[in-house]
Design a protein around this ligand. Structure first.
Ligand code: MN
Length: 155
């Protein structure tokens, strides 16, 4: 992915004087000695969606999922790749004020650890150890920013 490790898009979209979200410069030490972490934010923006974020290469690779993430196998969800977020975003909850990028309330829907079984530009195989997301999942790039996200059968 060409925007690998870049948090400049994240910063550009936000005015940190106006939003309570963390800036990308804010270095978080709280995850330093942990396994890879994931978080799913439920984001009550103009359109309700869920933001899936996976710690990969020192940032939170992020996807916007328009429908609730599946907890049963084979319910396929569209997941739209969005800009990388800083690791410190993993614990963020709050309300982004009107007029700012992503205005609305952000709450943690699920979080925990995950392992990455396979990572190619077109496919990620992950196993989640969360409360809601638990077991083996896949993300498949179908075209451009569009991915399919679903739980694999047999787990
Ligand atoms: Mn969002």
């Amino acid at each position: 992915m060409s925007e690998k490790n870049s948090l400049s898009v994240y910063n550009k979209k936000r005015d940190f004087k106006k939003t309570p979200e963390p800036s990308a410069q804010k270095i978080s030490h709280e995850f330093a000695n942990k396994k890879s972490i994931f978080v799913v934010h439920k984001h009550h923006a103009s359109h309700l969606h869920w933001d899936l974020r996976l710690e990969i290469d020192g940032v939170l690779k992020s996807w916007a999922v328009p429908k609730e993430p599946p907890i049963e196998p084979n319910t396929k969800r569209l997941a739209i790749r969005v800009e990388d977020h800083p690791l410190s975003y993993a614990t963020f909850e709050g309300t982004i004020p009107e007029g700012n990028y992503g205005a609305g309330t952000v709450e943690i829907w699920d979080s925990g650890e995950f392992t990455l079984e396979k990572s190619t530009p077109k496919e990620l195989l992950v196993e989640f150890f969360g409360k809601k997301l638990s077991g083996k999942y896949v993300l498949i790039n179908t075209s451009g920013k569009n991915w399919l996200f679903f739980k694999r059968k047999g787990n």
